[in-house]
Design a protein around this ligand. Sequence first.
Ligand code: URA
Length: 436
Amino acid sequence: MNIVDIITKKLNNKTLSPKEIEYFVKTSVSGQTADYQVSALLAAIFVNGMNDEETFFLTKYMMESGDILDFSSVSGIKADKHSTGGVADTVTLIAAPAAASCGVRIIKMSGRGLGYSGGTIDKLSAIPGFTTDISKDEALKMSEKSGIVIMGQTDTLAPADKKIYALRDVTGTVESAPLIVSSILSKKLASGADTIVFDVKCGNGAFMKNINSAKSLALQLTGISSMFGKKTAAVISDMSQPLGMNIGNSLEVIEAIEVLKGNVEGDLYELSCLIGGCMVFQAQKTKSLEDGVELIKKSIKTGQALSKFEEFVAQQGGNAKIINNYGLLPKAGSKIDIKADKNGYINSINTQLIGRASVETGAGRIKKNDSIDLGAGIIMNARIGDFVKEDDILLTILSSTSEKCLSAAEIAKNAFEILPCPIEKPILIKDIITKE
Ligand code: URA
């Protein structure tokens, strides 16, 4: 087999065979295929796409390039969730313990944030003592004991994705549906869950900017997963503004705890209840999705979800006292308020700019190995459709230095559009797709 023939075939918009895809993945990882050849094939896939069968085999061989975890010895249905990435998306910290408190087993591998999109592992690392560096044996014990464990993604999980993603990132080929689907699924399917709920974000703060592209990604994620025999569901949710009101690691932990305490409702609460409800339903704990959502809401109302969060934090070495003392979490020393320059209604929020401003505070990273400031971030004070008066605070920027606050403010100040006429609030849940 010859890589040049495979590239030529895809450049001519022909279907690649399973053997050709296997050769491409294996020789990309081994280094036998040069990076410029891998990039050429990625560009050809970006332009000409892949059918479901090709995407299935690309996913399969990428998944098989590394460890495939087996948690079959853990009793019960193991559920996982995956968000395609957004701003102030703290759903995992709420939905996972809430679903675990309803009897669902959560064994979850999460990633770190990159660019304007945050990561669960970074958020959890804001909790003093908390570790996500957990071996498989420890994870098995923890999930049997408490029903929930969240681990950091290891380098041995789908190494082909690591190689291919790094080249996509520098060749403008990230935003290709078969490449996104195979990248996400190769890691998720290797992490051993029986059922997965996808949260596909849609809007100006997400990969998928409109409903058609989000729906197509959701259908492919659920469709290809079912070709692997996995039961999945996908929720398409709004990302035309940050999901929660806090962006940044300590800040998002605080907001998640406030939701779990039942003190805060709104978009983050609603989506967390839906994703948690999907996990409960997919794990066969309820007869319908609606019952699943109600069960999650009840677990929050009764304090059951918060107790599970406390148990989960303590089990992974974290200081559970943070739940009633936010002063124990890292804090930023400097702050700047961004105020409205006129009266009017918030017509739109540029979510990507808010995410970029948050990275500028130190809360996120631009390159993979950048360090982050766990106390830094942004507190939002207004949402689309709200009426604001001139000089009302739209958001507060927090960072360890006033210089970083100023440069984040330079970015964030252009994120709000205020118009004189009222506007409807965006619909949070745009679609729900289930697949056996
Ligand atoms: N998340 C991933 O893991 N891979 C992609 O390609 C896009 C989002």
